[in-house]
Write a new protein. Sequence first.
Length: 102
Amino acid sequence: MDMLQNQQELAGYFADCLIDQKFPSGLDEAGFETIRTDLIDRINREITTVIFDNLTEEQLEEMENLLDEDDGRRAALFLRETIPDLRRLVLERLVLLREEIN
């Protein structure tokens, strides 16, 4: 899975893992969906924060233009070139989030 192109899929998978870890006996469907939605939103905010914290104003403008064009492939390529260690930075942030939640 390319986390730069499939952020929503990554967020959903990570949220599911966090829920399984935090609630090993399970949750009712409504509770699961509420917690999952909240976690996905938080994970996406964390990923976005990592990206914004590592781009200059000029790079942010270029990224916004790519997002406006709805070209996920080019946006992912831009991020890979602009922030070469982005995957590591995102994973570090997600590990911190997991520790905070547990």
